[in-house]
Ligand binder design. Structure first.
Ligand code: PBG
Length: 326
């Protein structure tokens, strides 16, 4: 110690310029993915009751949505479909004329400036709301896989830039990789929801996507929130099977897992700031209990500090505006 008996940490905090100079983590608009819910029908722009500021939109509202996102400089969107009809086997998910496939084609016709990520799952399309085919009251892994492969291939055919399977079946990365390759889509990356917990934080999403399970829960395929080592195994097998990105979901209560995955793998790590995490902040902000902008920016920078390279968030538009003004 030179001048005193203790360390002067405050030296590096003594002005805004100094703090900016020594800042270790940065959040930019390039880190953001904005989720979009596309609903079948016409002239629909319906706010999700549990997610103020988030809308289900029909195809005819897509153009204005895209223009807004491009103006904000948001580089990527994640698409979910809300179909009119559902059935036992989720046919709408892999219909070449399905709502997401139509949306992808529409967006790709309009712009090449947005990376279009397709969520690959059946739960929005099945009458029972589960992420696969039901046999004896549970989702059958191996019977569901071919349907997820078909879904991914139709999404790639429509023009998706990235396939993001969220169904949590074992072997989904391997089978989807094989299916994409066989269909000539060797260059389309897989952003795997590798580490996806069975979380109560998905509640508002199920309102947004109309995908709540009609019986039981998702605990036989999504992970137990108590487990850490299991996340390592899930991430490792997805890397072995060919994943190009790894998603950890939810984000806020799983920062330790984001750090583990970041330390163990060299692919980009994606944090999914899920619906419940959005709704909690929104509710508190609307009540005037917290400073929304400050809370959201702190949450997102913390996710990056934990190891996330990319963040999927319903706050993406707000964050883009705040970053523009700062
Ligand atoms: C589909 C899927 C879900 C979410 C993303 N993809 C719902 C679920 O697994 O129940 C949740 C996203 C969110 O809560 O924001 N399987």
């Amino acid at each position: 110690m030179t001048d005193t008996e203790f360390k002067r940490h405050r030296r590096l905090r003594n002005s805004a310029t100094m703090r900016q100079f020594v800042r270790e983590t940065h959040l930019t608009v390039n880190d953001l993915v904005y989720p979009l819910f596309i609903v079948e029908g016409e002239r629909i722009k319906k706010e999700v009751s549990s997610m103020p500021g988030v809308f289900q939109i029909s195809l005819d509202y897509l153009d204005e949505e895209i223009e807004e996102l491009l103006a904000l400089g948001i580089p990527s969107i994640l698409l979910f479909g809300v179909p009119k009809e559902k059935d036992e086997v989720g046919s709408g998910a892999y219909d070449p004329e399905g709502i997401v496939q139509q949306a992808i084609r529409h967006i790709k016709n309009k712009t090449d400036q947005l990376l279009v990520i397709a969520d690959t799952c059946l739960c929005e399309y099945t009458s029972h709301g589960h992420c696969g085919v039901i046999v004896h009251q549970d989702v059958d892994n191996d019977k569901s896989l071919p349907l997820h492969v078909k879904t991914a291939v139709t999404q790639a055919e429509a023009g998706a830039d990235i396939i993001a399977p969220s169904n949590m079946m074992d072997g989904f990365v391997k089978e989807i990789r094989k299916g994409l390759d066989e269909a000539g889509f060797q260059e389309i990356p897989i952003m795997s929801y590798a580490v996806k917990y069975a979380s109560a934080f998905y509640g508002p999403f199920r309102d947004a996507a109309g995908s709540a399970p009609q019986f039981g829960d998702r605990k036989t395929y999504q992970m137990d929130p108590s487990n850490r080592l299991e996340a390592w195994r899930e991430a490792a097998s997805d890397i072995e099977e060919g994943a190009d990105f790894l998603i950890v979901k939810p984000a806020l209560s799983y920062m330790d897992i984001i750090r583990d995955v970041k330390n163990q793998h060299s692919v980009p790590v994606v944090a999914y700031n899920v619906s419940g995490e959005y709704s909690m902040v929104k509710a508190a902000s609307i009540n005037g209990w917290v400073d929304e902008k400050a809370i959201v920016m702190e949450k997102l920078i913390s996710m990056k500090r934990a190891g996330a390279d990319i963040i999927i968030t319903y706050f993406a538009k707000d964050v883009a505006k705040w970053l523009q003004n700062s």
